[in-house]
Design a protein around this ligand. Structure first.
Ligand code: SAH
Length: 218
């Protein structure tokens, strides 16, 4: 599938009907979602893989992953009304994804989802509830070895120190998140927020690896 084609399919999906500011319900615009997914697909992290979408919302990222050939997609979302829209969207896109109504709380969410190959997410940025992004990061790192997440531009250094010892930022891809006037406190019709797609890779501990490979010698 071509990037433009995926964008078009995602564009046609239904968005939030009554977006909650507290839950930071902003739909990822189709071009940004398609970009994230294509990038992950190019890296071999989508096709044939088990993918988890944390804070799946109306399903844009999860449905996109399924359209690009994921073996299985699980989306976790706290808001049951929004899950209804995601269900409709999946039907419209003719893909099957597993929707789980739950709060992304670490570690409680882990047994609900099980191990995955890849996490895709556009988590709350923590603009309304401080640190709302942290359980998403904690859960993502425990669920899958690689995470493609959308974050506020400039949060890179915070995230890098937050995940230190557990994972590292493997790649940073810049982008803009056009946010339409959704809530009364928004002053402009459309505001473009600079965001970054961060690729987080967990550090793998290989049991058979010598503690200090440099001293292996012969
Ligand atoms: N992934 C979607 C939605 C992004 S908005 C997209 O890309 O368009 C963030 C989503 O996370 C919202 O749907 C919101 O309801 C959900 N959410 C916020 N806090 C949550 C939590 N603690 N647990 C589960 N879902 C949460």
């Amino acid at each position: 599938m071509k990037l433009k084609h995926l964008e078009k399919l995602l564009e046609n999906l239904e968005g939030f009907s009554k977006p909650s500011p507290l839950l930071e319900q902003y739909r990822t615009p189709a071009p940004l979602a398609a970009r994230l997914l294509f990038h992950a697909a190019m890296r071999g992290d989508i096709e044939g893989k088990r993918v988890c979408d944390l804070g799946g919302g109306t399903g844009v990222l999860g449905i996109g992953a399924a359209l690009l050939g994921s073996r299985d997609v699980v989306a976790v979302e706290i808001d049951p009304d929004v899950l209804g829209i995601a269900r409709k969207n999946a039907r419209q896109a003719a893909v099957e994804i597993h929707l789980i109504e739950a709060e992304v709380k670490y570690p409680q969410v882990l047994p609900l989802v099980g191990a995955c190959d890849t996490v895709v997410m556009n988590p709350p940025f923590g603009a309304q509830q401080i640190h709302a992004d942290r359980p998403f990061i904690d859960a993502a790192l425990a669920i899958a070895p690689v995470t493609y997440g959308i974050f506020n531009a400039g949060s890179r250094s915070f995230i890098s120190s937050y995940i230190a010892g557990r994972a590292e930022i493997d790649e940073v891809i810049g982008g803009l998140l056009p946010i339409k006037r959704t809530f009364a406190f928004h002053r402009e019709e459309v505001r473009e927020i600079p965001v970054e797609i961060l690729v987080l890779r967990t550090k793998v501990q290989h049991e058979n690896q010598p503690a200090n490979p440099g001293e292996r010698g012969t």
